[in-house]
Design a protein around this ligand. Structure first.
Ligand code: ZN
Length: 192
């Protein structure tokens, strides 16, 4: 039970931080990475993935319950900027909620996407670059669905030993955010 409790809180922290544009330079999952890696070594990666898949999915659904009801559309200026890279069908559907923290247990998280239509932004961190990063995750959700996104993200966390900068979904988001121009569909193969 204690292990499960640790895993629940660790997961809450992790899910919040990985989709954060400004966490790249911070130690990923700050207090949680080392115990999670130890758990992964103790139980094995397959067992760790078994823990994390439902936890990540559950946390995404929890955040949707918390944040979706007060969420608002992107601004006209944000939509105009993002339309260069992403389809209007998603841009018009996305809602944004500002919270004191973007993720439970990780105050460094600047933003996170929770599903194909919801971005949570930490107050003071709402920039076009942050939103562009999160829109990549919106496209990933759009392609996979919430359940499969959560499963893949959990597996990627375990496979990278919880190093945020190596998680493939994050690498994709960081590279595209830094790339400057072009349609994301050219990289993802969908999201138009
Ligand atoms: Zn991200």
């Amino acid at each position: 039970m204690r292990i499960l409790t640790i895993a629940v809180f660790a997961c809450a922290s992790l899910v919040a931080s990985p989709t954060t544009a400004n966490a790249e330079s911070a130690s990923f999952g700050i207090p949680w990475r080392i115990p999670l890696v130890r758990l992964s070594k103790h139980f094995g990666r397959d067992a760790m993935k078994g823990f994390l898949r439902p936890l990540v999915h559950g946390y995404i659904e929890f955040m949707r319950d918390v944040a979706l009801k007060d969420a608002q559309p992107l601004t006209t200026a944000e939509k105009k900027h993002l339309a260069e890279f992403f389809p209007l069908r998603l841009i018009d559907r996305v809602r944004v909620t500002l919270l004191g923290v973007a993720g439970l247990g990780n105050s460094s998280a600047g933003a996170a996407a929770y599903g194909p239509d919801l971005i949570v932004v930490k107050r003071g961190h709402r920039t076009l670059a942050v939103l562009k990063h999160e829109m990549v995750h919106i496209c990933q959700y759009d392609k996979l669905g919430i359940a499969a996104f959560a499963q893949r993200y959990a597996e990627q966390l375990v496979d990278t030993d919880f190093v945020y900068g190596k998680v493939p979904f994050e690498v994709e988001a960081h590279r595209f955010t830094a790339s400057g121009r072009g349609r994301f569909s050219g990289i993802l193969g969908s999201c138009e």
